[in-house]
Design a protein around this ligand. Structure first.
Ligand code: ZN
Length: 146
């Protein structure tokens, strides 16, 4: 299992770099390790900076599926936003209300290096926005109401 970096740590604050479009063996091997770590910690998402790598990659767990998202770009987002509670594996035992777009459309590379488009709403859209923030050095506590 991979070690999870806890706040405060500069790695969590760096802007992460894009992953090369042809996925290396190192990346291919890292993805299942990140998924196993997320599952073991009962998280719904884990971004590469949280395991010490400033690269644009995260894994999410949604309805019993694990998904790897590489070089995500939000191509569309709803004007409508909603508040809900969030937590983070890097900030144990703290929760807060965060306002997020209700739905987003995402373009990304999957773990086979293929481009995919995903339209997400509700919890899935929230997880995606939380994880993309990690790639830009933003934590939910920066946005939370209290
Ligand atoms: Zn987080």
């Amino acid at each position: 299992m991979l070690d999870i970096i806890l706040h405060p740590n500069q790695i969590l604050r760096n802007k992460s770099q894009k992953v090369a479009n042809v996925l290396t063996d190192k990346i291919q091997k890292l993805i299942p390790e990140m998924m196993a770590t997320m599952d073991a910690k009962h998280g719904v998402g884990l971004a590469a900076p949280q395991i010490g790598q400033n690269i644009r990659l995260f894994v999410i767990s949604y309805k019993d599926h694990n998904l790897a998202i590489i070089n995500p770009e939000i191509t569309k987002k709803s004007i409508l936003k909603e508040w809900d509670e969030e937590g983070c594996l890097s900030i144990p035992n703290r929760y807060g209300q965060v306002k997020r777009h209700k739905s987003v459309t995402l373009k990304y590379l999957n773990q086979n290096g293929q481009t995919e488009i995903l339209k997400a709403s509700g919890l899935l859209a929230r997880i995606i926005q939380h994880e993309i923030d990690h790639l830009d050095g933003i934590l939910f506590i920066d946005l939370a109401k209290k």
